[in-house]
Design a protein around this ligand. Structure first.
Ligand code: HEM
Length: 405
């Protein structure tokens, strides 16, 4: 093995792995990386090995493990927050950041609150949200920043509709949730619990209408004492919000940049919109926004001719895993005619695989359909390599995406 590669590194093209990851790709399926603080960790880059390890109970998601690997100084600083902020963070990471048996109990609740038909029932509302934001963007005139004008607010408001936050309360909810990680964390959390208790009391919530509606029934069935119900429901809603907003927003924005950079593919999609669902999955594979899923080894693991030792940090580099040439023919191509465009690991794999995957797909599909149908002249207003990416992150986002139409 050669010297450990620095991780994370910035992308130069929004939808391609950082050029500095080339040695990691060459050393597939496993190599060493150096983190911002000089600590070393493992980078998993092979598709088959990823499916093996992410399903292995010795690969832990316990965020509280002192050996937990962090990608940058901001993430490390969050681990040093005050007691109130830490409490809020532990509430919000109580699904993605815990192992079984704790994980299983909360995961069952998370899965059950996506009642059958819920996502389909939400589609008209999501389309209305997308149309409303596109109207506003168009009325302001080109050029526009597709991140701020469309991708981010559409993903956020679609999530509010999914959660069951009434439209007139969404601005309030937005402000309060933004303050949840600040110095007033405890007071804001209490205020949101009170808000939710009032909302639940105002009118009966229907399970097929929103996550809130489903949770009111499910949490009561679990025997949660009545006075603890609003806090438990709030926790699940916030988990969905925190997990679902930037992931979906970035997937729309970076996905749009990839699509606009492939005019011939874009024309094919316009000609046959029935291809949009497959295109959404292929874009999710290609852009891999969650480009460093973290874990820590809870025990020694013999794998790929080496030992991942107990306490070692592990990053699953999804952009490289989703381009493993042993699994994908022509992995760099944007090609939704692949035999199985949905078999990528852009939503993770194993017990923590994205629980909001159907919703994510629906929001992205509606966002792309809206753009395709309503803006036939949509194009990048700068070259693909001039689009500024968020620096210093393993999670991929764009600073802005200038477009014209
Ligand atoms: C395109 C958009 C999205 C992408 C790329 C994405 C990606 C992911 C990935 C990679 C994981 C696994 C994390 C891990 O293993 O540590 C994950 C987990 C999760 N996602 Fe998503 N996600 C998206 C949208 C959403 C949405 C819309 C929601 C909810 C409404 C959501 C809720 C969650 C939750 C709650 C988890 C944790 C599941 C668990 O730990 O059991 N995600 N997501």
């Amino acid at each position: 093995m050669t010297d450990a590669v620095a991780f994370p590194q910035d992308r130069t093209c929004p939808y391609r792995p950082a050029p500095g990851y080339r040695p990691l790709a060459e050393q597939r399926p496993l190599s060493r990386i150096t983190l911002y603080d000089g600590r070393e960790a493992w980078a998993v880059t092979g598709y088959a090995l990823t499916r093996l390890l992410l399903a292995d109970p010795r690969i832990s998601s316990d965020h509280t493990n002192p050996a937990w690997p962090v990608a940058n100084a901001a993430a490390a600083a969050a681990r040093e927050f005050g007691a109130d902020q830490k409490k809020v963070i532990s509430l919000l990471t109580a699904l993605v950041g815990v192992d079984d048996p704790e994980h299983r109990v909360r995961r069952e609740l998370a899965e059950a609150c996506f009642t059958p038909g819920l996502v389909d029932a939400l589609r008209p509302k999501i389309r209305e949200v997308a149309d409303r934001h596109l109207d506003a963007m168009v009325s302001r005139g080109a050029p526009a920043d597709l991140v701020q004008a469309f991708a981010s607010p559409v993903a956020l408001v679609a999530l509010y509709e999914t959660l069951g936050i009434p439209r007139e309360d969404q601005e309030y909810f937005k402000q309060k949730t933004q303050q949840l990680f600040g110095p007033q964390a405890r007071a804001i959390h209490e205020e949101l619990v009170t808000y939710l208790a009032e909302l639940i009391g105002k009118r009966p919530q229907q399970p097929g209408e929103s996550l809130l509606g489903a949770l009111v029934t499910l949490v009561a069935e679990r025997g949660t004492p009545a006075d603890a119900v609003p806090a438990e429901i709030l926790q699940m809603l916030l988990i969905m919000l925190v997990s679902g907003h930037h992931t979906t927003s970035s997937s729309i924005a970076i996905g749009a940049s990839a699509l606009l950079h492939h005019p011939e593919r874009l024309a094919g999609l316009r000609a046959d919109p029935s291809l949009v669902p497959a295109a959404v999955d292929e874009l999710t594979r290609l852009v891999s926004v969650t480009d460093g899923v973290q874990r820590v080894a809870a025990e020694d693991i013999e794998v790929a001719g080496t030992t991942i030792a107990k306490g070692d940090g592990v990053f699953f580099v999804l952009s490289l895993i989703n381009r493993d040439p042993e699994h994908y023919a022509r992995p760099e191509d944007l090609d939704w005619d692949r035999p199985a465009p949905d078999d990528h690991v852009g939503y993770g794999f194993g017990p923590h695989r994205c629980v909001g995957v159907d919703l994510a797909r629906a929001i992205m599909e509606i966002a792309f359909r809206t753009l395709l149908e309503r803006l036939p002249g949509l194009r990048l207003a700068v070259a693909a390599d001039e689009i500024p990416v968020q620096p210093g992150e393993s999670f991929q986002g764009l600073v802005e995406l200038p477009v014209a139409w």
